[in-house]
Design a protein around this ligand. Structure first.
Ligand SMILES: NC(=O)C1=CN([C@@H]2O[C@H](COP(=O)(O)OP(=O)(O)OC[C@H]3O[C@@H](n4cnc5c(N)ncnc54)[C@H](OP(=O)(O)O)[C@@H]3O)[C@@H](O)[C@H]2O)C=CC1
Ligand SMILES: O=C(O)[C@H](O)CS(=O)(=O)O
Length: 482
């Protein structure tokens, strides 16, 4: 790995300001999904180390809370500046362990850093209230205080941004933080820790522990010193972790699975819709929770849309994300490939027609062809299950009410997209779609100014915007009798 600053490639965990190996010396190998090559070994820590990380966060809390919001803001701003100064190296580390093209990886670094930039400022705006009391001698004061030690478990698909989207509001609010990143992509998290150290974030305030997900997860969800738990990943695992948090009544945030509809009406700008579908469907090789999972196109523009999308997909350059010109990388593992193939085969067996891709890429390994299947129906797996890969199933529909019904017919409710230039339809459909986030005439909706999150079984809470810091404070009501 050719880095300008090789010291960003850390292979130990960061606990209480120290770089540590596992107590028993056990390690987990990290490999490059594009080549299968071994990149590094990271500690395989367990419950004992996780408890020490929580203890360190507890110890560090008082000093960090004692700083003013402005003092914390100055340190967070330094963290942001360091991440942006090292954007290229952080992008190379991210592409090497996760696979996304370098341009996308560098984009994720800027996206992840933007949450630190945003919350460096937002922490100074955690306002309270003075409410007119019920009697002349009573004063009702409302203040907000940091919730305390926070813990998080994060996924492999955005190994930088999913950490900063949680750590930034937590630290800005005066909380301390322990994160356990996915075993497949730990190096990005450890690089973030190195820059936190350089930024002057005090020992114990920000901790990164790697190792067994269940064993460490049990500590982070059941230890009473942890007052808030945040998770990004599948709904299946999210349910388990919510249940594990119940014993200590922890506040939880959950960013879970999706099944995003992408709807194109006859009155849409078709070229804009194709451009949006390319971003929404194929970003990170289709491995994002907000990827278009079902494309619904009204009958009047169905053939034109499919033809234009097919032509656009043919231009992808599939390969190692570190190679110049590559804009489509590998999937994360064999399970991901198998899921995509299963959905394609099911659709074909039920009448679907492959018009692009449809099988693993000639490059072999974890590369899969960007795929489009047309003439798909609600009876197919692609209508109900999240593919989490580069498959665009294109459904045909006739009427607005019909497609809104299809779009809402899922237990998920994270992101939805539609293209229309009819203002009445834009208002009606935006309001009738049962999703936490609705994008109109665009294929990408994620930014630090917006409250990212889902309804139904796609999650709890919001990340980003002024709303995102509310999950890291507790309201305290003070009654003054004078
Ligand atoms: N809403 C959102 O923003 C996002 C949602 N997702 C959803 O997650 C799925 C794919 O991502 P994926 O990472 O495979 O999801 P997983 O839920 O399998 O994994 C997410 C994280 O949870 C850890 N984990 C898995 N099982 C447990 C457990 N029993 N206890 C504690 N931790 C555990 C994993 O660790 P390890 O893998 O190291 O064992 C990983 O760090 C899709 O459904 C996708 O939609 C993904 C990203 C973002
Ligand atoms: O993990 C994810 O899929 C991200 O939440 C998607 S995004 O925020 O990068 O759009």
């Amino acid at each position: 790995m050719q880095l300008k600053d090789p010291s960003l490639l850390k292979t130990q965990c960061y606990i209480d300001g120290q770089w540590l190996n596992a107590d028993n010396g056990a390690v987990i190998a990290v490999t490059n999904p594009a080549t299968g090559e071994h990149i590094a070994d990271i500690p395989k820590m367990g419950a004992a180390e996780a408890e020490r990380a929580v203890a360190a966060a507890q110890t560090a809390l008082k000093g960090w809370q004692a700083k003013s919001a402005k003092e914390r803001s100055v340190i967070l701003r330094r963290w942001f500046d360091l991440m942006m100064a090292h954007q290229e190296d952080l992008g190379i580390i991210l592409t090497s362990e996760q696979g996304k093209p370098l341009a996308e990886a560098k984009g994720e670094i800027a996206y992840g850093a933007s949450y630190i930039e945003w919350y460096a400022e937002e922490g100074k705006r955690v306002y309270g209230d003075i409410i007119p009391g019920p009697a002349a001698d009573k004063r009702v004061l409302v203040t907000k205080q940091p919730i305390g030690v926070c813990a998080a478990i994060t996924p492999w698909n955005f190994p930088n941004a999913m950490i900063t989207r949680k750590a930034a509001p937590a630290l800005a609010a005066g909380c301390s933080f322990v994160v356990r990143p996915a075993s497949q992509t730990p190096l990005s998290a450890l690089a973030i820790a190195e820059l936190a150290h350089r930024a002057g974030i005090p020992a114990g305030v920000f901790n990164v522990i790697t190792g067994g997900s269940s064993e460490i997860g049990k500590v982070l969800t059941e230890d009473d010193r942890v007052k808030k738990f945040s998770f990004t990943g599948s709904t299946e695992v999210g349910r388990k972790l919510i249940a594990q948090c119940a014993g200590t009544v922890k506040k939880v945030s959950m960013e879970l699975g999706g099944n995003a509809p992408f709807i194109v009406f006859n009155d849409a700008d078709i070229d804009a819709a194709v451009e949006g579908a390319m971003i929404s469907k194929y970003r990170n090789a289709g491995q994002t929770c907000v990827c278009a999972n079902r494309l619904y196109v009204q009958s009047g523009v169905y053939d034109a849309f499919v033809d234009k999308l097919t032509a656009a997909v043919a231009k992808f350059s599939v390969g190692n994300g570190l190679d110049a010109g590559v804009n489509f990388g590998p999937l994360i593992d064999q399970n991901a490939l198998a899921k995509v193939q299963e959905h394609i085969d099911d659709a074909k067996a039920k009448g679907g027609e492959v018009v692009a891709g449809g099988q693993p890429h000639a490059l072999g390994g974890l590369f899969f062809q960007p795929t489009i299947v047309k003439n798909v129906t609600q009876a197919m797996k692609v209508a109900k299950e999240e593919t989490f890969g580069p498959l665009a199933p294109v459904f045909k529909f006739e009427h607005e009410d019909e497609v809104v019904g299809y779009a809402n017919d899922t237990e998920f409710g994270l992101a939805a997209y539609f293209y229309s230039r009819d203002i009445g339809r834009v208002v009606r459909v935006s309001e009738n779609l049962e999703y936490g986030m609705v994008a109109v005439n665009t294929g990408i909706l994620s930014n630090e100014a917006a409250p990212f999150g889902g309804v139904k079984q796609s999650g709890l809470g919001r990340e980003g915007s002024k709303y995102g810091i509310e999950d890291y404070v507790e309201i305290k009501y003070i009654l003054l009798a004078i």
